[in-house]
Each structure stands twice: as C-alpha cells, then as structure tokens.
Design a protein around this ligand. Structure first.
Ligand code: DSN
Length: 426
C-alpha cells in the first residue's frame, strides 16, 4: 500500500452528499477564484500541499502547550510538525525564536501587546488613514480601547513615512513599543532608522510584517528580523501559506512571546494550520519562490505605472512592494463605486483611503491593488498592462450591466490561460 492509499483526506463527494447547500458554495467560490481576477493585496492561491494539511486529520487534535510540554496526551505526532515548522521558520528568516501558533495576524498582534505592554501603556504606530492596521490603535479595536496609541503618518509632499515626526513623537511620548508595518503602504520601511529611534527612547521595536513578509522570505526586499525585537505576520498573503499568524523574536523575548500566545491569548493551536505553515516555509526556501517574490514586485510596478498611463495616480509615485495604492479622483468615481464596478466586471480589489483622503473610510478616494495572486497564476508584464486597461474600463463603465459583462468575458478569456486549481479535462 502506498502512503497516499493509506491517507484519509478531504472527500468532496461526502460533503456533496451530506450538505449540498454548503458544497455548492465551495464550488462557486472555486469558480470565482478560477475565473475572476484576484487583486486583493492580502490574498493568494496557496498550494495543493498546503490545502492538504488544512483538510487533514491534524485538525482533530488538541495540543495546548508547546512540543514536549502539552496539556493533552497523544501529541507525539503533532509535536513533530511544530518542531519542524519552528526550525524552518528560524532558518528561513534567520530568527532566534519562532512561534507558529497564532490563529491569525490580529491574534499574533494581541500576543505582542501582551508580551511587552500593560493596558494603558503608550504605543506608537502607523495611523490607520495612512495605511496602518486595525490592531495599530483603531478606536474600535482592543488596541485603541486598552492602550494609549499615538499615531505617526506619512508626509503630505511625498507620501512616505515621516521619520522626523516618528522620532519627535517617540521623544515626546516615550512609548513602551513602536510598531512599524502597514496594510496599505507601497514603499519600503527603513528598519535601521526605526531601530535607532527605538534605542533612543528605550522602546521595544515591533514590526507587523503581515503584508510584506513573503517578499522578505523570497529575499526580494530587506528583512526587519535583524533589527526588530519582535516581528508578527500572517501566513496567507504573499507568503502563500495557510490562513494564520506567526511571530519571530529575539531569544531574550522567547518566553514572553510563548506565554503571551499560550495561555495568554489562545487555547489549543490549530495543528492543521501549523502543519500548513511548516509546508509553506519549505516552499519559501526554494529558488522558485525567490523568483516568484521578485516577479510579484515587478508585476505590481508595471500595474501601477499602467494605471498611471490610464490617468490615475499611484500614491508615493509607484510601488516597491506587492501592492499599489491608486488615487482615482481623476476618474470622477470614488473608491466605493470603483470597487463595486470592478466587482461586477470580474475584478476583485478593494476601495482604500489614500493619505489625507477627503472622503470617509467607507467611501474613499482610492483603490488598493496587489499582484501576489496573479503572479502565482503565472501572469507577467503583458497581462498587467491588459489588467490596467480593464480596471480603467470597469471604473468608467462598470455600472452598465452589458459593458460590465463584456469586461468580465475578457477577464475570463485571460484567466483561462492562467489556470489555478486546474479543472480536470473531461
Ligand atoms: N485584511 C488585511 C488586508 O487586507 O490588508 C489586513 O489584515
């Protein structure tokens, strides 16, 4: 008997028989992912190997604690997965310590706050309207409710992080921790400069690398790991792994991080996801992944410059990463409407505030586009040019059902040439 004959894995027929309603949603979503264009900057197509771990029997196992120190019996097998994953994470990122248990990026961030601060402490983080994340101090998030979060932002003239403001605020407020990282910042962050500021005021340096860690893993951009006390991130964006979070830190913080994750913030880890993280960390160590990461950036640069050729404006003049923020005011259409029109035309992207946006976050003057998923599909410069033209047409004409349908047909012609999760040929 071969290993795959011994294996018991996801059986779509069983789902179909037992719950056709949910089975049909799964199928429709597969169709949507196959046929539309996926430009959400935080999404990707994970590998079949990662998907196999996610649907595996590892999901059944409770494993509160850490390898060799669990609160449940029967953890011998899942211990192996977590030990391998931790080792791979430390090697890939050159990190002294790794924790693979956080269920998501937001939960990883809860653990970081818990490891280094107490409620009421001051933390300095990127302003949300300038690209920061909910967990960087939004008033509707635990971070803004329980901590005194002071925000820094970008300069109005070049839309790049204002490091002078960051330093001034750090000296004035003496934060316990300074967070760098964002969800809608297309440029690189100067980690050396942030480290200097942290040292000057005695703050913990926390990098929320959720968006760009995949580019770091692929050696396409500089790493925050040598500089930061702690680096948190999600594993499903450019990194292309399972949904989940991860934390890297210096060894001196290892105990505090591990305690903050469990029992501080979570109970049992999702061991199927931990296994998926281990699998993706092996994938990321390959030359093929490194060339993918470089290509993601090249594609995004082409997409941003082609959108500029279509009369829109790339915030900060372009991008150095996997995402671009596009000011679409020249089209006369706001971000909310553009998002809806693109959606009707088979293009998934999101409305996004631009720095100093006169519109509310529910409306916005911009869109955010990312190239992690299309690059996984194998698309290149020519396709980015085509997509920019289709986005421009969708923004202009996407409220007209016939025109939106025509754009959607062109999108489907394009995606047919770059299949994902390939349909069996019958
Ligand atoms: N929701 C993610 C994003 O789209 O950027 C951030 O957590």
């Amino acid at each position: 008997m071969t290993r795959s004959e011994k294996y018991y894995g996801p059986d779509f027929n069983a789902l179909e028989r037992q719950d056709p309603e949910i089975a049909s949603v799964v199928l429709s979503e597969l169709e949507r992912q196959r046929h539309d264009i996926q430009l959400i900057a935080s999404e990707n197509f994970t590998s079949s190997a990662v998907l196999a771990t996610m649907g595996s029997v590892l999901s059944n196992k409770y494993a509160e604690g850490y390898p060799g120190k669990r609160y449940y019996g029967g953890c011998e097998e899942v211990d192996k997965v977590e030990v391998i994953g931790i080792q791979r994470a430390k090697e890939l990122f050159g990190a002294e310590h790794a924790n693979l248990q956080p269920h998501s990026g937001a939960s990883a961030n809860v653990a970081v706050y818990q490891a280094f601060t107490k409620p009421g402490d001051t933390v300095l983080a990127m302003s949300l309207p300038h690209g920061g994340h909910l967990t960087h101090g939004s008033k509707v998030n635990f971070s803004g409710k329980w901590f005194n979060v002071v925000s820094y932002g970008v300069r109005q003239d070049n839309e790049l992080i204002d490091y002078d403001q960051l330093r001034d605020l750090a000296i004035e407020h003496k934060p316990k921790m300074i967070c760098s990282g964002a969800t809608a910042y297309p440029s690189l962050i100067d980690f050396e400069k942030v480290r200097q500021i942290c040292d000057e005021v005695g703050a913990i340096m926390w990098v929320d690398a959720a968006h760009f860690i995949g580019l770091v893993a692929g050696k396409a951009i500089p790493s925050p790991v040598p500089y930061a006390d702690v680096v948190s991130f999600t594993t499903h964006k450019v990194l292309r792994g399972p949904r989940g979070g991860m934390i890297l830190s210096k060894e001196k913080h290892a105990a505090a991080i591990d305690k903050a994750v469990f029992p501080g913030m979570q109970g049992g880890p999702i061991m199927s996801a931990v296994a998926g993280k281990a699998v993706v960390l092996k994938e990321c160590a390959t030359a093929a992944y490194q060339s993918y990461a470089k290509k993601v950036i090249e594609n995004c640069q082409t997409l941003a410059s082609e959108l500029q050729n279509e009369g829109m404006r790339a915030v900060s003049g372009g991008t150095q990463t996997h995402l671009a923020l596009i000011d679409i005011r020249s089209t006369g259409v706001n971000g909310k409407v553009a998002d809806e029109r693109c959606g009707k035309s088979g293009i998934s992207l999101n409305k996004n505030s631009i720095p100093f946006d006169p519109e509310s976050p529910a409306v916005t003057s911009g869109i955010r586009v990312g190239t992690a998923a299309t690059t996984t599909q194998g698309m290149g410069k020519d396709e980015m040019k085509l997509i920019a033209g289709l986005i421009a047409r969708a923004i202009k004409d996407g409220d007209d059902g016939n025109k939106a349908q025509a754009i959607r047909s062109e999108i489907h012609q394009l995606t047919k040439k770059f299949p994902v999760y390939q349909e069996p040929s019958i």
